[in-house]
Design a protein around this ligand. Structure first.
Ligand code: ADP
Ligand code: 5GP
Length: 204
């Protein structure tokens, strides 16, 4: 069965800012080497500890606009006042190599990707309540209070997109959330719809 080539799976993970998406995704990436992270390009300034090319490619607006003109992005959006875009080439190259890829993108981007890649898996991470979200954003200590306010205001709008997603993870206990995201991905990998091309091999 090993020589049957399957395309990688696109795993979209969205969440209101501060819900713990990066924490959960980093743990997943650490434990599953068949999944790679799609590094987006953004005009947001790097936070303390962020490195160009690891969390994001950090660029100015002029560069971002040139990238749009040059059709570099499979999707891009303005999120919380900054531009963010997903590399078209990296995404298609990665799934063509049979690697699964995580897109940590907002709800607007998620809908755009789903239109192009109909079998993309859509996972939404949230928190038990808004009070916890606020506390996490403050405790993270990376954004100003103004930025935190904008992100909390946007959380309500983002939650309206929930019905478009396949799975919901309420990130209360971190260990449980990591287990849950792994379970979702493993179940999808075993699904009939993602394994149609191996049927012939089984019958041989
Ligand atoms: P996001 O990527 O969704 O904006 P982060 O992963 O940066 O969020 O998490 C926001 C803050 O919440 C971080 O300080 C992180 O350590 C913390 N955090 C993440 N998950 C949990 C959890 N289950 N319980 C408590 N704190 C958490
Ligand atoms: P942050 O500034 O906290 O890193 O990210 C802010 C938001 O932008 C998050 O919801 C994140 O998922 C989203 N985001 C990151 N990269 C992209 C991207 O390439 N496209 C879109 N549409 N959203 C992105």
């Amino acid at each position: 069965m090993k020589n049957i080539k399957t395309k990688g799976m696109i795993i979209i993970v969205s969440a209101p800012s501060g819900a713990g998406k990066s924490t959960v995704c980093n743990a997943l990436l650490e434990s599953d080497k068949n999944i790679v992270f799609s590094v987006s390009t953004t005009t947001r300034h790097p936070r303390d500890g962020e490195k160009n090319g690891r969390e994001y490619f950090f660029v100015d607006e002029e560069t971002f606009k040139k990238d749009i003109e040059n059709d570099m992005f499979v999707e891009w959006a303005n999120v919380h006042g900054h531009f963010y875009g997903t590399s078209k080439k990296f995404l298609s190259d990665t799934i063509n190599k049979g690697k699964d890829v995580i897109l940590d993108i907002d709800v607007q981007g998620a809908v755009k990707i789903k239109k192009i890649y109909k079998d993309a898996l859509m996972i939404f991470i949230t928190v038990p309540n808004m009070k916890i979200l606020r506390e996490r954003l403050i405790k993270r200590n990376k954004d100003s209070l103004d930025v935190i306010k904008t992100r909390l205001n946007n959380a309500e709008k983002e939650l309206k997109y929930l019905p478009k997603y396949d799975y919901l993870i309420i990130n209360d206990e971190l260990d449980k959330s990591i287990e849950n995201i792994k379970s979702v991905i493993n179940a999808e990998r075993l699904s009939i719809k993602r394994n149609k091309n191996i049927f012939g091999g089984i019958l041989k």
